[in-house]
Design a protein around this ligand. Structure first.
Ligand code: PLP
Length: 343
């Protein structure tokens, strides 16, 4: 099965499993796990922050960051397609009592002028604008990368109005590899940064948040409150360390594979894709309504060993990762082409 549903489907390699098996561990709720501590130091250094904390999921990384930097009644400025809005079960409202001010924009991006226009005047009628969330790469936007200049401009507006900035960097390393930026070049504009090890980096579990020591102390408290304190977590933190040490530069292969897949799909009748918009490892493409709904194509492809997801009536998502090869891309293209031409 060529599984292109998500980059979360990767399985730990033999070498990663060995690193996990051999990891020294302790009770991380007591702060005693040497492997977790080593990972947290490495992430802090990678992102140029004072401290970092290991958390069970990207959602927990985002939501502890939101909770640590807002009060109930506050408003968060984010893109209308953002993960925190669509895919975290309504957590900003449920857990932090915050409303969301959603901005439009192609590819999950918005600009500083839109943030400025969205900031609430300080008047007791309005919620208090508290936090701007940027997602990089942008998941629903199609794996798009932010420009550092735009982030810097948004940071300028945030500073002017006293807003905090959170980076949902579940796939930050994809953006860094695609744009040839150091993680710190992006991270320096944000108060908190979350990254995921369980996406393209190939670890089985885990994310991290980096920030100042003070903010990480608050995040730590909320991690415990939300049930995210873990004991001998070095077993899984070792996989994250392995991923950071071995699986970052190779993300370029995933990007090349995504581009190859998109280019192939562009040549299949009834399918359309904007190849130029594929900057990293996520490919969104559309099925012409004269063919069946996207779901029918996905079901037929799965029968023939290619697993892709319909994300709308005529929309399909395919994501490349370290468990699929260039040959798999060619096979996926041939399979889709065969299915479409059969009728
Ligand atoms: C996957 C993802 C997350 C975190 O998801 P979890 O399933 O909670 O680990 C957060 N933000 C983005 C943009 C993601 O793609």
């Amino acid at each position: 099965m060529i599984d292109l549903r998500s980059d979360t489907v990767t399985r730990p390699s033999a070498a990663m499993r060995r690193a996990m098996a051999e990891a020294p561990v302790g009770d991380d709720v007591f702060g005693d796990d040497p492997t977790v501590n080593r990972l947290q130091e490495k992430v802090a250094e990678l992102l140029g922050k004072e401290a970092a904390i290991y958390v069970p999921s990207g959602s927990m990384g985002n939501q502890t960051s939101i909770r640590a930097q807002t009060q109930p009644g506050d408003e968060i400025i984010a893109h209308a397609d953002s993960h925190i809005y669509h895919y975290e079960a309504g957590a900003p409202g449920a857990i932090s009592g915050c409303s969301l001010r959603l901005l439009p924009g192609e590819g999950g991006l918005f600009d500083a002028a839109a943030v400025r226009a969205a900031v609430r005047p300080s008047d007791s009628h309005y919620p208090r604008s508290a936090l701007v969330v940027v997602e990089n790469t942008h998941n629903r936007g199609g794996g798009t990368c932010w420009s550092i200049d735009e982030i810097a401009a948004i940071h300028g507006v945030a500073e002017e109005f006293g807003l905090k900035m959170h980076l949902d960097g579940a796939r930050l390393m994809n953006a860094c590899v695609a744009k040839n930026h150091k993680p710190t070049e992006y991270a320096k504009y944000f108060d908190t940064v979350s990254i995921c090890f369980s996406k393209g980096l190939g670890a089985p579990v885990g994310s991290a948040v980096a920030s100042t020591k003070d903010t990480i102390r608050r995040v730590h408290r909320f991690r415990k409150m939300f049930g995210g304190g873990m004991r001998q977590a070095g077993i899984i933190a070792a996989a994250a360390l392995y991923a950071l040490e071995n699986n970052v530069a190779r993300l370029a292969e995933d990007h090349a594979n995504a581009n190859r897949l998109a280019t192939g799909i562009a040549n299949i009748p009834k399918l359309s894709v904007n190849v130029a918009s594929v900057e990293t490892n996520i490919v969104y493409f559309d099925v012409d309504p004269s063919y069946d709904p996207a779901k029918t194509l996905c079901d037929a492809a799965k029968e023939e060993g290619v697993w892709i997801l319909s994300t709308g009536p005529q929309r399909i998502r395919a994501v490349t990762h370290l468990d699929v090869s260039t040959k798999d891309m060619d096979q996926a293209i041939a399979t889709l082409d065969r299915i479409i031409r059969k009728r």
